[in-house]
Design a protein around this ligand. Sequence first.
Ligand code: GLU
Length: 300
Amino acid sequence: MNQPYIGRFAPSPSGPLHAGSLVAAMASYLDARWHDGTWLIRIEDIDEGRSVPGAAEGMLQLLAALGMAHDGEVVWQSRRKHLYEAAAARIAQDTYPCGCNRREIADSRIGVAPDGSAIYPGTCRHGLGPGRTMRSLRVRVPAAGDDEITFIDRFAGPVTQHLARDAGDFVLKRADGFWAYQLAVVVDDIEQGVTDIVRGADLLDSTPRQIHLQRLLHAPTPRYLHVPVVRNSNGEKLSKQTGALAVTAGDAPAAIAVLTETAGFLGLVLEPAAPDSIDAFWRAAIPAWGRLLAQHGALR
Ligand code: GLU
């Protein structure tokens, strides 16, 4: 690879790291290590109403206890609001204040975006109506016909979304005053020089909106790999629960058990199948990740 690889894990500290986030953490870590790249951690605590005190610290301790050492300083979104403000100002000509509340948008019945939110009917696109005050800040998406965004996901292959039809003008700054995830994640990935985003498939639907923002900000689009959540070899689905919460630094058997279980949900085939130390786990898991990519024909 000519370009240096910069990956990241970006958890929201709305509770302890659950099994699904651990799968995303492991996949992003393995992909970075497989490419001899950099692996950053960013705490996405921009939604301060949902952030649970101590959750981020707990996540960092857990990742360290599992042997997932990050590069560079941990970045906290709650301390980077000036960057989101500046980015929103740069694309001001593509944004507008919106005075609609949730109920009015839901009542318009335009449709529901893949993430479950109601698609915005564009009521305030050409200015706030008389007597209306700004609640949120929205970004305009291109008109239907011109709104197709396609990207190649390294696992899922080509993914296409029509922004006008499938998402609508979306929120950059929320009615509660917090910057929205879609803006913060794009600004941070650009500012941190992230080249490769590896995360859970639940965010596949958000990617076209993020690419739209990257284009408005004249930034390159990173490579994406959305990890499907698989069943383990017992056919069990990933649950929110995990033994990971019980792992403390120095408890190697517990760490190995959690790592091996998480690897199973990613579909990694470890050789040897039962590593006897945390280091041995990672020595087995990195080439297993390479084999998994090859087997899926994933772009390397
Ligand atoms: N903070 C998001 C989450 O925990 C992930 C963001 C991302 O990886 O782009 O779901």
